[in-house]
Design a protein around this ligand. Structure first.
Ligand SMILES: Cc1ncc(COP(=O)(O)O)c(C=O)c1O
Length: 464
């Protein structure tokens, strides 16, 4: 064990839970939260250790982590090998300028990504998180068209309900206007949104397959209406987690690919959540033989052991960036050597331990077990792919009336999960995305807690 130097601070090294909570609440602004959330909200806690799918808080309470942190601890918590790889790299060379040099782990990781990502995706722009990957992809797409002599191609089409990040451009292409409009509009000019392939609640009131996947054709119609000469890119997650684990019908993504090709528009496949085994294949695109022109990666790339992300491009995308045609985009931490070492070891563990196959097998098992929850009066739908699963909540199965996101009822359900030792998040959907190393016993434990929590919730609010 390396010796740790004492930090000179007013917070003593032996501070207890209460003192830490008070200091955390005073000095840490949790993301997406009010200023004192750590003290005021029951689901905000101080976690101290984890192993596989299990995490413990500072008071010794144990939880099963059904969201893999925030959809990312794919290989599970507590893998010493990654810590060791990071320590070895940090003590050799932690950093080299992202603009003037690179490092051996960055080259190794970029090469590996070019080999495991679909099709001819092969040039990697590294950054630190999913939002940055999306910002980078959008800027690359715009400059691609500029250098090809089409500078008017600036617009980006996203989908309602999709989430692509919190920075300004990523927020603007996200389909989350209602959350951000009061504070952050006007959004990035030229961002617009189409309806998603959300068959359970189709905006067009259509039913698959009779609909002939009109929602994909609607993207083509929007491009034609705006003028293809003004559209740079379409961005889509193959499976959208934020919309409520929306798995598109089989024809949707191939048709989206054709539409983009027909109009010279780049397709950005956002695999920030989908990538690295989450859907039972290394990348969700593989389920539909999709090759995006640019693929955004983050989260599972390092399983959360280090902040690292990437925008991976096909050869025709990078081709116009020749000679003086430079990418006008630079991030200090892009390709950080220690983060690359973490990602390399993470992927090595995935390959060595058959993590993706386990995700496929456990995903099938978990989906079967979740089906039993349909007998609950508030469960409207169960869906998903691999270990990206969701249970959609409704007040009434016929009308499909939703529970308002910030309602007292949804808050109570989330509190029941915590009380019963489950970490996940319920909005209009209970999101389930555990570490991919999960076993059958742990799946059973999650489903049992869901079942008990839903029963208590329904009895409290009188749903029969
Ligand atoms: C599909 C998708 N893209 C981008 C992002 C943004 O990633 P980050 O939070 O790392 O910036 C997220 C975050 O959840 C996401 O789900």
């Amino acid at each position: 064990m390396a010796t740790q130097l004492p930090v000179i601070s007013s917070l003593p090294s032996d501070a207890g839970t209460e003192m830490l909570q008070e200091a955390g609440s005073e000095h840490i602004w949790l993301h997406g939260a009010s200023r004192r959330a750590l003290l005021e909200q029951t689901d905000k806690r101080i976690l101290v250790e984890g192993k596989g799918c299990i995490v413990k808080d500072i008071d010794g309470n144990e939880f099963i982590d059904a969201l893999a942190g925030l959809w990312l601890v794919n290989i599970g918590h507590g893998r010493r090998e990654i810590g060791e790889a990071m320590a070895a790299q940090a003590s050799t060379l932690a950093y080299a300028s992202s603009a003037q040099a690179t490092t051996v782990p960055a080259i190794r990781l970029a090469t590996l990504l070019s080999e495991i990502t679909p099709g001819d995706l092969s040039t990697v722009f590294f950054c630190s998180g999913g939002s940055e990957a999306v910002e980078s992809a959008v800027k690359i797409a715009r400059q691609y068209h500029y250098f090809r002599g089409e500078p008017k191609r600036q617009k980006v089409i996203g989908r309602r309900g999709s989430y692509h990040g919190a920075t300004y451009g990523a927020m603007s292409v996200s389909g989350t206007r209602q959350m951000n409009e009061p504070y952050h509009s006007p959004f990035m000019p030229g961002t617009m949104h189409v309806s998603p392939p959300y068959c359970y609640r189709c905006d067009y009131r259509h039913t698959y397959p009779a609909c002939d996947v009109y929602c994909a054709d609607a993207v083509g119609q929007m491009i034609e209406y705006e003028g293809p000469q003004t559209v740079a890119a379409v961005i889509a997650e193959p499976v959208s987690a934020s919309q409520g684990i929306v798995v598109p019908p089989p024809e949707y993504l191939p048709r989206l690919r054709d539409i983009c090709d027909r109009h010279g528009v780049l397709l950005i496949a956002d695999e920030v959540i989908n990538g690295f085994g989450r859907t039972g294949k290394m990348f969700a695109s593989e389920h539909w033989e999709l090759v995006g022109d640019i693929m955004t990666l983050a989260k599972g790339l390092s399983s959360g052991y280090a902040p690292i992300a990437a925008a991976v491009c096909r050869p025709h995308v990078v081709e116009p960036f020749a000679g003086d045609n430079k990418l006008s985009h630079l991030l200090t931490f892009g390709g950080h050597a220690v983060a690359c070492a973490a990602a390399l070891t993470n992927i090595a563990i995935m390959q060595d331990e058959g993590i993706v196959d386990n995700a496929a097998a456990m995903g099938t098992y978990m989906r079967e077990q979740l089906e039993q929850l349909r007998s609950h009066p508030t469960v409207g739908d169960v869906r998903g792919i691999g270990l990206l699963l969701g249970v959609e909540l409704v007040k009434d199965k016929t009308s499909k009336e939703k529970f308002p996101m910030e309602s007292e009822e949804v808050k109570t359900l989330n509190e029941l999960f915590i009380e019963n030792g489950l970490l996940t998040r319920a909005t209009h959907i209970i999101s389930l995305s555990p570490p991919l190393c999960i076993n059958r016993g742990e799946v059973d434990r999650i489903v049992d807690i869901l079942d008990r929590s839903l029963t208590a919730f329904e009895s409290k609010y009188g749903y029969h």
